[in-house]
Write a protein that binds this ligand. Sequence first.
Ligand SMILES: [Ca+2]
Length: 346
Amino acid sequence: MAFYRVGYRLKACFAFSLAVALLLHPLPATAADPCPASMALIPSGSYRIGAGAQLPEEQPGRSLRISPFCLDRTEVSNDRFAAFVAATGYVTVAERPIAADQFPELAASERAPGSVVFQSVTGSGPIEELSWWHWVPGADWRHPEGPGSDLSGRGQHPVVQVAYEDAEAFARWAGQSLPSEAQWEFAARGGLKDQVFAWGNTWNPRRANTWQGSFPSSNTTEDGYSGTAPVGSFPANGYGLYDIIGNVWEWTQDWYAVGHVPLAAGNDPMVSSAAATGDPRDPGVAKHVIKGGSFLCSPDYCSRYRPAAREAQSPDTGTSHIGFRLAAPIAAPAASTLTTAPPLRG
Ligand SMILES: [Ca+2]
């Protein structure tokens, strides 16, 4: 199938109106709050990355200390990404033809721009692993499900079909960055200690946009959404972050390895070199860590709607369920508003 023909490319009540206004026109930071209004202040603290781990790639844990930083309250929306494209003329990876020198085995007709789209599986019988993903020519951020789809009514949905370099380009334009995995997971925990979910230890499908029913054939949409939801539709976690779990996976800067072995313990670590990383399911392809799970995560298949959960994604491949949010340093921390972490032990 076409998806596999291009396989190596694939490898490769917060007032909503207020939220929209703040995201499009962020207010400047103040002395009392060093983060822009569209971002939450994540205080410094210590934690164990991987706490509550349920899958091998989430282990072993590491004791880390995170410096205070700012993190977008919501995932980057289509409207916000559109403002970036309008200002810069940026063309995303999915909108570019596939390079002939990179994929010489492909015929010219197979190098048309496109991206990877989820399609539910119908019918009876065994379901082949990953058969719900399809390479769709013409799929891109403006056409998340391919030609015939558009962003009508989805301006405040998270942007999807963005590859890692697209997210990085947006971040450079914004003067910010993608979070590290360690920052992201600390923020997702919302101040809770060693809990399985971002809100505690009990699963609750109404706390995040996920999949209810039998994946990938039957979605009962108990949470109200079969696909992406407008950012901010579900309750925030303890740090005021919306959709940090579910809705769409989020890119982080870290390179992926199974488990946290390449991650140093200590202060603000990040796996910033692709060396000694990789995904054994896809040898030879360096991938970035994505976090948070998506509207496709179900209890009977993915279950990666947890802060500790993580997946690997080829940098050149966006899909219909991956987006991002940005982080920013605190240039002049207001000491009275920040907590001080105790020294790490061991
Ligand atoms: Ca849902």
